[in-house]
Design a protein around this ligand. Structure first.
Ligand code: UDP
Length: 237
């Protein structure tokens, strides 16, 4: 596999073309941003943690029948993935109240929701990723009805699988964001990443925040926390 020119550089990853047009290489960076890019910094070692963790999780999800873009890890920070066009949607599932949900609806953080909540945001940094609903998505043709149905179904399956997976590691899955992509032949795949940058994870025993909120909220021990989450991911069971 030959790594060719950079196609795209995002906030946390670079994407390179390869000699196969159906495959791309993602290269995870240590750069961290929050509040729509207003807060910037670095979390040393984060790129490697997120790469390895996302790959462990994508392989676990594949085994449960959720198709992902994962092909093969190439190095500590690089992974070969299937080329997709990302649907311009952030798919968020919440099990426990936190973050923008708590702010928007005036609910304290940490309340177990009576049922998981799925939210869509329109992926558009200039607009600050505004919340949208199914009608908006269909009217703006961001996805078809069939695609939307599949995305919903996969998102709840991902939630069930992740909740169980993290609980075995002593972590409560509060909420998370995922993204889906479409291959050249129209197949919908789970893409992007699943990591402490994109999930809220609280320690089961202490309720300590074990995710990017340590960076967002200046809680300290940011690097150590990412390493701790990775070491728990690698433990069997
Ligand atoms: N999230 C993300 N990228 C975003 C926005 C949110 O990965 O651009 C994740 C975030 O880490 C959390 C979940 O989605 O696990 C819900 O985030 P929320 O809407 O509460 O936003 P925040 O409080 O992070 O601004």
């Amino acid at each position: 596999m030959e790594k060719r020119e950079m196609m795209y550089e995002g906030k946390a990853k670079k994407v390179f073309r390869t000699d196969n047009e159906d495959l791309l290489i993602v290269d995870y960076k240590d750069d961290a941003t929050a509040f729509n890019g207003q807060k910037k910094g670095q979390i040393l070692g984060k790129g490697a943690v997120n790469n390895v963790m996302a790959n462990i999780i994508f392989q676990m999800l594949e085994e449960k029948g959720i198709p992902t873009h994962f092909v093969e890890q190439l190095s500590e920070r690089e992974t070969l993935v299937k080329a997709v066009t990302i649907l311009p949607l952030e798919v968020i599932i919440r099990n426990v109240t936190a973050g923008s949900f708590s702010k928007r609806y005036g609910v304290e953080e940490g309340r177990l929701l009576a049922r998981p909540v799925l939210e869509f945001s329109y992926k558009n940094d200039d607009l600050g990723d505004p919340l949208i609903n199914d009608d908006h998505i269909l009217a703006l043709e961001l996805a078809t009805e069939e695609e939307l149905e599949l995305v919903r179904r996969y998102a709840f399956l991902v939630n069930d699988a992740l909740k169980e997976f993290f609980l075995e590691k002593g972590l409560k899955l509060i909420d998370f964001k995922i993204e889906f992509g479409k291959t050249a032949d129209g197949t919908i795949l789970l893409a992007d990443e699943i990591s402490p940058d994109t999930c809220r994870l609280w320690d089961v025993v202490t309720n300590e925040k074990m995710d990017k909120d340590r960076f967002r909220r200046d809680l300290g021990n940011v690097e150590e926390t990412y390493q701790e989450v990775l070491s728990r991911m690698k433990k069997q069971g």
